[in-house]
Design a protein around this ligand. Structure first.
Ligand SMILES: [Cu+2]
Length: 423
């Protein structure tokens, strides 16, 4: 065993534990830490599904109704199903897979201290989506060295953060769970309550041409009517914004928000007979969000005050395919990308090389990993090679001179495994 490294890890974990002990007494324990955070809008009702694999459960909660293009909570809680107790110190990855199999959102490897992984996310179009979670426990060994009990995954049966050191450990390994979500289309005509009491407007959104293509001028038209009379609304001021992409707000640590890129337009529009339009030429294919903030002025009819809405459009390139927002996986020769907890973990998961050739491992995830050789089909080190701890962005070069099959794993996340075939 590498004693220096063992001491280093132990010291780090003990330091974290000591800091945690000093910090914890200042927390407010009168609040239930596992309760749903209070929503700003009380009308958003969440509905839950629970999946269980060998006593480990994920409770997954999303709003009862989800409309394309709106930002919604996507919450998950991992717990010991026998005791309904949250699990501490778990690593997570989270992905939203779209109706056509495209990756809409994929996180780097995240860490959850008390079993909660809550996001706010949006779904670009109507259809059925798959939400995939992979959860991994911190077991008794990490990087080949023992982990102090305090740092291992525990079922927090006490429900009390101060007493969790007395809670039982639960080393469940790695589990993947998939949940299905149906997303509806908000349509191109919406009814909006005005900020003035008892007023309602109808906003109809159309584009000319209907199918939007890169490089061709496109007119976006908002037609505003008084919902009560069906007549054109008069003298409506509007601010129209176009942005590319969607909001992805992680509410936990470890991920970068992927905010839409705003496209500057030219100030406010005025529609004497309730029609507001702007012409725009899109230079890139993709999903765009149109935000409209509408205002009545003192001589408008109806005097609805203020109302806002959003529409989603797809812009196609000249070949007729819409660019999918996803990480482009480029093929690099003799290179393995370390992508994290989500299968296939190491991409490609099996790589072929010739004896003496250099294989480069590139940690493209946002978390630490290792490339550590193991005896075939086991989690036992065989000492043939070990990258040691690789920071995000770090590379590890490996040359194998003997033919054969080499199995390796990540010594931090032992569910991550890959193979090298040397011929
Ligand atoms: Cu790892």
């Amino acid at each position: 065993m590498n004693t220096t490294r063992f001491m280093g890890i132990t010291t780090t974990i003990l330091s974290i534990a000591l800091v945690a002990l000093f910090v914890q007494p200042s927390l407010d324990f009168t609040q239930d830490v596992f309760a749903e955070p209070k929503m700003k809008n009380d009308s958003v009702k969440l509905t839950s599904q629970i999946q269980t694999q060998d006593n480990v459960s994920i409770e997954f909660s999303v709003p009862e109704t989800i409309m394309a293009g709106t930002l919604v909570p996507v919450n998950a809680r991992v717990h010991d199903s026998e005791r309904n107790a949250n699990l501490s110190h778990t690593d997570w990855s989270y992905a939203i897979i779209g109706p056509n199999g495209e990756i809409v959102h994929r996180t780097t490897t995240l860490h959850g201290h008390f079993g909660i992984m809550n996001f706010k996310d949006s779904f670009p179009e109507a259809g059925t989506y798959t939400i995939k979670y992979t959860v991994l426990s911190s077991g008794p060994f990490m990087l080949g060295s023992p982990v102090p009990e305090l740092g291992q995954t525990r079922a927090v049966v006490s429900g009390d953060l101060l007493k969790f050191t007395e809670d039982p450990t639960n080393n469940f390994g790695s589990r993947s769970f998939e949940f299905s979500v149906n997303v509806g289309n908000q349509g191109k005509t919406v009814m909006l309550q005005g900020s003035e009491p008892d007023t309602e407007i109808q906003v109809k959104f159309t584009t000319q041409p209907e199918r939007i293509v890169v490089g061709q001028p496109t007119t976006l038209l908002l037609d505003v009517n008084d919902a009560k009379t069906g007549e054109d609304a008069t003298h409506v001021d509007g601010q129209i914004n176009i942005s590319r992409g969607f909001y992805h707000y992680p509410s936990t640590s470890g991920d970068q928000p992927n905010a839409p890129i705003p496209i500057p337009l030219h100030g406010a529009y005025h529609g004497h007979r309730g029609a507001l339009s702007t012409t725009h030429t899109f230079s890139q294919a993709g999903t765009y969000l149109i935000t409209a903030d509408l205002n009545a002025i003192p001589y408008s009819n109806p005097l609805f005050g203020q109302a806002s809405t959003r529409f989603v459009i797809q812009v196609f390139d000249n070949e007729g395919t819409v660019e999918v927002m996803q990480q482009m996986e480029t093929v690099k020769e003799n290179t393995v990308d370390i992508v994290g907890l989500e299968s296939p973990f190491y991409v490609p998961n099996t790589i072929s090389a010739t004896a003496g050739q250099t294989i480069t491992f590139d940690n493209v995830d946002g978390n630490q990993h290792t490339v550590t050789s193991v005896k075939s089909g086991t989690l036992e080190h065989d000492g043939k090679f070990d990258s040691s701890l690789m920071q995000p962005g770090e590379k590890f070069e490996l040359v194998l001179n003997e033919r054969g099959n080499y199995d390796y794993f990540c010594a931090l996340h032992t569910g991550m495994q890959g193979t090298i075939i040397v011929s």
